[in-house]
Design a binder for this molecule. Structure first.
Ligand code: WT7
Length: 646
């Protein structure tokens, strides 16, 4: 990389401060370094309204489970809604909603508050109480935001399941959380077609372990025909109409669980990551405001994530609304009905801050700059990136074509488990380096360590760890406290290990290199090799399966599966038919996002003498490289056999 590419000065779009070279020297960093807990206590007090003040900032006596601001009480929804209305901001637009088919709604803070109050009463009328789990399986429509906040308002716990997950994935999440209520829609719009959701809920609830669910609330979105269980199913609009309009927000302890969000790990079973209220909301609000330099009175912010992912939780719902920001919510895909749709949205609403994933930038790059060039993107003043390392080519394109060589780009590193952004440049403060997430935010302590957990000197590569607790950290894995400790805290005692490899450069900046475990990252979404392998072997035709993530130009990584067939399963089917069948099978078992890009039928898998599959060698093949060291294989000839099958 050239020196010029490595270091780019930037100014914030308001024409304010130029970059200073030494970010950690800036006031916020100094303040946090001098008194980390005092810094977070100050953020909690100044960014949120507390019903009763906390006296203790952090209790880590039960490490690694932290308690932040634990004796304080608040209501999360009130912090996102009512207090802005009380402050006279009721007419400010909270959400500019753009439906996939071009339908629009402008929703003010007063209107959103009213809807959430009604929805809270609706949930109470149906018997939902504080601590109960409510599964939300909805398209990206305003009702999804209302549902999340209504659940939060009454102290219940939401578990949002991305609409692209299958009935079986939904069932497993309902069972694990023992949810009592599911909120869904008849369907959502996808490229002009109805993508039905209700049938997946019906199927999930026919499955085992879901008896806890007594009610299903259905939003009418597409008016597609749906099966109806009179004893169980209710229309959202009818229940909302019947509910009382006003609801006084009760106060809950800061450690009241707010949500569970399932994410893939290194085993076949997703983990229900648990987040609580006061600490989570503090860090979501702080990072949203600081990293995106949000001025709620004038910015139009747009985060393109779906609410089914952590980015949608923290940077569509909780962070922006806690800050009283105005944002765009768009239901559809970037290129429907034409490839310029996203840029039309930026143009139409005058978006000033755009937060998206490198995969979307690369897709836009492929489509060509003529498309964004034909739109007015001059309102943009800050761009954000999340989900995977952004490659310098995409970074430069994003900055020059979308940002007109003017806008800072913040590359934000974080995870479902961290709840909020942890490592990022700060606009107007940090000198930018394309491809580097750069510095831990004020109040965050991140260290790159070696195999033995010793922090590395600048220039070294190793494992990314977090060495001090932070307010929005996960409080556990739902129902499995031991797994929480084993997964994140056992590898390096006293440190949270994120699963990522990283390099620390000579200036102390962090470059995230990607996962070092069997977790794949496809289009910024986390997928588990083990989960896809176990789905594959559930098919009668599959005897054994190995899955790897291989580099992909658009999606970052793509899923490649290598399978050994059983005699009965493969009878009468050619390889192509079998591959198609298995791709669809994975789609049905887990969801379309998990469908392998390729399924190769092989006679044998590369195994060591002790039977361990050497996925590294399969990755070499999938990435078109010459195969690495095969000396530890039980049968060194298998790689040739596999290569011949591809
Ligand atoms: C994993 C977390 C955080 C919301 C989206 C994904 C990768 C995330 C970056 C970045 C390099 C990144 C990591 C991380 N990742 N952001 N800016 N640079 N890698 O959330 O599904 O919990 O996945 O995404 O590998 O561990 P997630």
């Amino acid at each position: 990389m050239t020196a010029e590419a490595r270091s780019t000065d930037f100014h914030d779009g308001g024409g304010a401060s130029a970059a200073t070279a030494d970010a950690p020297g800036h006031a916020l960093y100094k303040e946090a370094a001098a008194d980390r807990l005092g810094f977070w206590a100050e953020q909690a007090r100044s960014l949120l309204d507390w019903r009763s003040a906390f006296t203790q900032t952090l209790d880590f006596s039960d490490a690694p489970v932290a308690r932040w601001f634990a004796d304080g009480t608040l209501n999360v929804a009130e912090n996102c809604l009512d207090r802005h209305v009380r402050a006279g901001l009721g007419d400010r637009v909270a959400i500019h909603f753009e439906g996939a088919r071009g339908d629009r709604q402008t929703i003010t803070y007063a209107q959103l508050t009213a809807s959430v109050q009604r929805a809270a009463n609706m949930l109470l009328d149906l018997g939902v109480r504080a601590g109960d789990r409510v599964v939300i399986y909805l398209p990206l429509i305003p009702e999804a935001v209302v549902a999340m906040l209504a659940v939060a308002r009454i102290g219940a716990i939401h578990s949002v399941v991305f609409g692209g997950f299958s009935a079986e994935s939904l069932r497993a999440r309902i069972e694990d959380a023992q949810a009592t209520l599911v909120i869904t829609a008849d369907g959502g719009w996808r490229r002009g077609q109805v993508s039905a959701l209700k049938p997946a809920v019906d199927e999930a609830l026919r499955g085992p372990g879901t008896e806890s669910v007594s009610r299903v609330i259905v939003v009418r979105r597409c008016e597609n025909a749906v099966d109806w269980d009179d004893a169980r199913d209710l229309w959202w609009h009818e229940q909302m109409d019947a509910a009382a309009p006003e609801h006084a927000a009760p106060a809950f302890p800061a450690e009241q669980p707010l949500f569970i969000l399932y994410t893939s790990g290194t085993t076949g079973r997703p983990k229900g990551i648990v987040h609580t209220s006061g600490g989570y909301l503090t860090q979501a609000a702080f990072t949203h405001r600081t990293v995106f330099d949000i001025h709620p009175e004038r910015d139009v912010y747009w985060c393109t994530a779906d609410i089914g992912w952590i980015t949608g939780h923290s940077y569509v719902v909780y962070g922006p609304l806690a800050n009283g920001a105005t944002q765009v919510l768009y239901e559809g895909t970037p290129d429907e009905p034409q490839p310029g749709r996203w840029w039309d949205i930026v143009d139409t609403y005058g978006v000033t801050v755009l937060y998206t994933a490198p995969t979307a930038v690369r897709a836009a790059m492929k489509a060509g700059r003529a498309i964004p060039d034909a739109r007015d993107l001059s309102t943009l003043r800050l761009l954000g990136s999340v989900g995977e390392p952004i490659n310098p080519e995409a970074w430069h394109w994003y900055r020059s074509v979308i940002g007109h060589d003017r806008t800072p780009i913040v590359d934000t590193w974080w995870q479902t488990e961290t709840g909020a952004i942890m490592i990022s440049a700060l606009p107007g403060v940090t000198q930018l380096k394309p491809g580097s997430a750069q510095d831990p935010l004020p109040g965050i302590v991140a260290e790159v360590v070696d195999e033995d957990g010793h922090p590395l000197e600048p220039g070294g590569s190793g494992y990314l760890t977090l060495s001090e607790p932070w307010p929005s950290m996960a409080r556990g894995i739902w129902g499995d406290p031991d797994r929480f400790v084993e997964t994140y805290w056992a590898r390096f005692p006293g440190r949270y290990f994120a699963g990522d490899g990283a390099r620390i450069d000579d200036e102390g900046d962090i470059w995230v290199l990607g996962r070092v475990d069997d977790v794949m990252n496809v289009s910024g979404h986390r997928l588990s090799t083990a989960e896809i392998e176990s789905a594959l072997v559930e098919h009668v035709g599959v005897a054994e399966a190995a899955v790897v993530g291989a580099a992909d130009d658009t999606t970052g990584q793509a899923v490649h599966a290598f399978v050994i067939m059983t005699a009965e399963g493969s009878a009468g089917l050619d390889r192509a038919a079998m591959s198609t069948t298995l791709r669809d099978w994975v789609g049905q078992r887990i969801g379309a996002i998990a469908k392998p890009k390729s399924v190769v039928i092989v006679p044998e898998l590369p195994k060591t003498r002790s039977g361990k599959i050497m996925r590294r060698l399969l990755r070499d093949l999938a990435e078109g490289r010459s195969v690495g060291d095969t000396t530890t294989l039980a049968d060194p000839t298998v790689m040739d056999q596999i290569a011949a099958a591809m």
